[in-house]
Write a protein that binds this ligand. Structure first.
Ligand code: BGC
Length: 392
């Protein structure tokens, strides 16, 4: 009888103990989830510009813990941390560790570039019978929006969204009529959205009150090894393009579109960058590497997958999707070891590559290229996605 009592007593104690353990497990699990994997945005003060404007940093974090940092100065992506095959998180874009470095002359690291990305020959174009003159900030040409393009202004925060499946920050900038020589007040927004499938969408919109030209992109330099002291030559690159835009010695389009067939510009099947870039080809010599716009296939399909990069040592894969007709593939040819990297080193030649989705360079002077003209009443809208994954 006593034994039976004791037994039922110990059974009760056992059940209580188990319940406590289960509860604790639940609580631990919950708090862990909260700490590690809640989709969210964190925000902090980043610095003050020389013109006394405050700059904010937004950290977009997804459930997998991947995060993207964006600052309001130049709408720049300063960090993209994503895992390698072993789950090790590293930053896969080049960037500085202070606002003052971003304010100094630099190669547009992570920037929202506008009003016209890439080159406009002789800093001049005409529109509706008017000739417009732009600042020449690249030899005789205008590059990436001029002396003070969208990469060097502080954008206004228009909207921040936190949802269970995505987080986003929308930045706005009003480029005034004749700013940098471009006609029309251009109201521009760029929205960065991080999703749970590890994709970062970049969505631009713009409207104008006078006919103008627009060509916007993001100028992130990727290094999928996660260490900017490594060269990108061990990356494999694939671009869905049958043609590219050949250029003259000042990197201005010659006006023709050339076939990639039987040339080192053929990335329709993945190529190891280090193998291809050493080819003797006049166009590679001109650019001192690749610095060309590829004519992306299937433009009529709109938003589609256009390119991939793969780094076999880390297993990281970057896929690009866009609705744009072109993509400038730039292999960091002008990085010359003079700019300081946050790890104490410097940014060397070929320490990063850019996949700049865009319209073709110098389109305002090239009647055969797709038009970059925006008229009042029309909305410029474009979307590009950088999607990160891993594979063996
Ligand atoms: C251009 C390069 C230029 C780099 C940094 C790229 O988009 O194509 O020629 O050096 O940006 O300005």
């Amino acid at each position: 009888m006593r034994l039976a009592k004791l037994n039922s007593f110990s059974i009760n104690i056992f059940i209580i103990l188990m319940l406590c353990l289960a509860c604790k497990k639940k609580i631990d699990h919950k708090s862990l989830k909260k700490q590690k994997s809640v989709m969210r945005i964190e925000k902090c003060y980043y610095g003050t510009t020389v013109d006394k404007e405050e700059v904010t940093l937004f950290k977009l974090i997804n459930e997998g813990g991947i995060y993207v940092e964006v600052i309001t100065f130049g709408g720049r992506v300063t960090t993209i941390k994503c895992p390698d095959l072993q789950g090790k998180m590293d930053n896969v874009v080049l960037g500085f560790d202070s606002l003052s470095q971003y304010e100094k002359k630099n190669p547009y690291f992570g920037a929202a570039v506008g009003r016209y990305v890439n080159r406009i020959a002789n800093g001049r174009f005409s529109l509706e019978g008017e000739v417009y003159t732009l600042a020449k900030n690249n030899g005789d040409n205008s590059l990436h929006g001029g002396l003070k393009g969208f990469d060097k202004v502080v954008w206004i925060v228009e909207e921040v969204k936190e949802t269970p499946s995505f987080v986003s920050v929308k930045l706005a900038y009003l480029s005034k009529d004749m700013e940098e020589g471009f006609p029309g007040n251009l109201q521009t927004t760029v929205t960065y959205t991080l999703n749970n499938d590890n994709s970062l969408n970049i969505h631009y919109e713009a409207i104008t009150d006078k006919t103008t030209i627009v060509n916007l992109t993001n100028h992130s330099y990727f290094n999928l090894s996660g260490d900017c002291s490594n060269s990108i030559l061990d990356h494999e690159v694939q671009i869905n393009a049958n043609k590219y835009v050949p250029v003259n010695k000042s990197l201005i389009p010659t006006g023709t579109l050339a076939s990639v067939e039987h040339t080192p510009f053929d990335f329709r099947a993945a190529q190891l960058l280090g193998d291809v870039i050493k080819n003797n080809h006049e166009q590679i010599e001109i650019g001192d590497g690749f610095d060309h716009c590829w004519v992306l296939n299937n433009v009529s399909k709109g938003y589609r997958s256009v390119a991939k990069a793969y780094h076999s040592l880390s297993g990281r894969v970057l896929e690009v999707l866009t609705d744009q007709p072109g993509m400038q593939f730039y292999t960091g040819n002008f990085l010359d070891g003079t700019l300081p990297a946050p790890n104490g080193g410097v940014f060397n030649k070929r320490s990063g590559f850019c996949f700049e989705t865009q319209h073709f360079p110098d389109a305002p002077n090239q009647p055969k290229f797709p038009s970059t003209t925006l008229v009042p009443g029309e909305k410029y809208r474009t979307k590009t996605t950088f999607k990160f994954s891993t594979k063996y």
